[in-house]
Design a protein around this ligand. Structure first.
Ligand SMILES: [Zn+2]
Length: 418
C-alpha cells in the first residue's frame, strides 16, 4: 500500500460528521481492498488499529454513541476466522457508555471479545450477536486510559522475541534467526543440540495468526519440557530439539485472518515451498537432518472450534516408504496412539483427548509432509478457541510429560524402517 493511498483512506475515515444511519446493522460495502491499520477519529471517541495484531477495515458512526467496525480478510478465498483488534480512547471528561458493533465480511463471529488496558491482562467482555454482528457495550472517557478490544489475547512479534530470549537465557536452547518473512521480519528458532545426539524432535507454531490458544499451548508445552525432572534431563541428553514458535510473523503483525502477507495459507505450502516462511523452516530442517541425523517426531500447534489432535492413520504408508517399496506405515506405527492414550489417562475428567486420524497427501499440510518425507509421526495439536487458558497449560504439561516418557521408552531403532 502506498503512503498517499493510506493517507487518503485515513483522511476519509477521520472526516467528522458521517451520516447517522438508521438501524439495524447496515452492511458496509467496500469497493477496494481496504487497509487494516486505521485511525478512526470521531472526536469524542477514537478507534485505532495501528499496532501489531490490530485490525479494523472500516469504521462508521451509526448514532451518537453507536459505532460500527468492520473486519475484512486479507484476501479470498479464506477460512473464516474474522480477527479484529483495536484500541479505544476518549477525551471526554465524563464517563459514557458506547456501543461498538463488529461486523465481519461474510462470516459469523468466531472469537469472543476481550478487553485489556495493557495488552497483557485480558478480561472477557459481555456481548450479544445480532444478525451475525458482535455487539459490545463499553465505558469510555473520564480520563480512562487506552483500552484494547481484541478477538483473542495479543501475542505479537515482540512478545515472541522476549519469550525466545528468556528460554535461551535459561536453558540449553540456542536462539537463532534462520531467515526472513516476505516483509523481512525475522524467523527465529530455538535449537538444542548435544554433540552425540542424532535424534530430533521438531515443533512449529503460529502458521495461522489468530490461533492464540494453539500459540499458548506451544509456549506452555516448551516450558513444561524445561521443568526440572529426571525424564526431561534424559530427554535433553538423548534428543536434539528444533522449535520455530512463530512461522508467520507478518500475518501476526497485520492481524491477518489466516494467511501470510502474500495471501497464502502457509499450512498448505509444505512440500511446495512457494513462500519464504515455509522455505526457511524447511531449509533449516534439511540442514540439521544431515548424515545420520534423524527426525523422530513433530508437532504443529493450532486452534479450532474444539480440542483435537489430528494424527496420521496407523495404516498410512508414507511416500518415502512407497518410493523404497517398503509396505510399512509411519514409524513407530503405534507411537501417537499410545502417547494419546497415556495423555487421556493423565487428564481424565479435566480434558477430552480427541484423536482424529486422517491423511491429505499433496495438500501442503505440515503433519502430512513430515510423515511423507521422513516416515515418522507428526501431529497437529489443536486447541479450542475458547478452551480455558489454565486447562491449556495443564494439558500442555501433561502432553509434554507423557510424550517425553513415550520418546524415552522408544528405542532409536524403532523410528527407522530398516
Ligand atoms: Zn491453524
Amino acid at each position: 500500500m502506498n503512503t498517499l493511498f493510506k493517507a487518503l483512506v485515513l483522511f476519509a475515515f477521520t472526516v467528522n460528521g458521517v451520516a447517522e444511519t438508521k438501524q439495524p446493522h447496515p452492511k458496509v460495502k467496500l469497493d477496494f481492498n481496504p487497509p487494516h491499520k486505521l485511525t478512526c477519529d470521531f472526536e469524542d471517541v477514537i478507534f485505532n488499529s495501528n499496532y501489531e495484531t490490530g485490525r479494523i477495515s472500516s469504521c462508521e458512526k451509526l448514532a451518537s454513541d453507536h459505532y460500527l467496525i468492520s473486519t475484512y480478510p486479507e484476501n479470498k478465498p479464506i477460512n473464516p476466522s474474522p480477527w479484529y483488534g483495536f484500541s479505544v480512547t476518549s477525551n471526554n471528561e465524563n464517563a459514557k457508555q458506547i456501543i461498538v458493533e463488529i461486523q465481519a465480511d461474510n462470516s459469523r463471529p468466531r472469537y469472543l471479545p476481550k478487553l485489556s488496558s495493557d495488552k497483557a491482562h485480558w478480561e472477557p467482555m459481555n456481548f450479544e450477536v445480532v444478525q451475525g454482528n458482535l455487539i459490545l457495550s463499553m465505558t469510555v472517557g473520564a480520563n480512562k486510559s487506552v483500552q484494547y478490544v481484541s478477538a483473542q489475547e495479543i501475542i505479537d512479534n515482540a512478545m515472541y522475541q522476549q519469550w525466545n530470549k528468556k528460554i535461551a537465557d535459561n536453558s540449553s536452547f540456542e536462539l537463532q534467526t534462520i531467515g526472513e518473512s516476505v516483509e523481512g521480519r525475522n524467523i527465529d528458532a530455538l535449537i538444542h543440540t548435544q554433540p552425540d545426539n542424532t535424534e530430533w524432535l521438531f515443533i512449529v507454531g503460529r502458521q495461522h495468526p489468530p490461533e492464540i490458544t494453539g500459540a499458548l499451548a506451544l509456549l506452555n508445552f516448551v516450558e513444561a519440557l524445561l521443568g526440572e525432572n529426571t525424564a526431561n534431563t534424559q530427554l535433553f541428553e538423548r534428543f536434539n530439539i528444533l522449535i520455530v514458535p512463530l512461522v508467520n510473523p507478518d500475518g501476526v503483525a497485520a492481524g491477518n485472518w489466516r494467511h501470510n502477507s502474500n495471501g497464502i495459507d502457509l499450512n498448505r505450502d509444505w512440500g511446495r515451498f512457494t513462500q519464504p516462511e515455509t522455505r526457511v523452516v524447511h531449509n533449516k530442517l534439511g540442514e540439521l537432518m544431515r548424515e545420520n541425523h534423524k527426525l523422530v517426531f513433530a508437532l504443529d500447534f493450532h486452534s479450532t472450534q474444539q480440542d483435537i489432535f489430528y494424527t496420521m492413520p496407523t495404516d498410512y504408508i508414507p511416500i518415502k516408504h512407497k518410493r523404497l517399496n517398503i509396505e510399512k506405515g509411519v514409524m513407530p506405527n503405534l507411537f501417537v496412539e499410545e502417547w494419546l492414550s497415556d495423555l487421556k489417562q493423565e487428564t481424565v475428567r479435566s480434558f477430552t483427548v480427541r484423536d482424529r486420524p486422517g491423511s491429505s497427501p499433496g495438500r501442503g499440510v505440515f503433519k502430512q509432509f513430515i510423515a511423507d518425507e521422513y516416515g515418522v509421526h507428526a501431529v497437529t495439536y489443536e486447541l479450542g478457541d475458547n478452551t480455558n487458558r489454565q486447562l491449556i497449560k495443564h494439558t500442555a504439561k501433561a502432553s509434554a510429560d507423557t510424550l517425553v516418557n513415550k520418546l524415552l521408552n522408544t528405542d532409536a531403532s524403532q523410528f527407522k524402517i530398516q
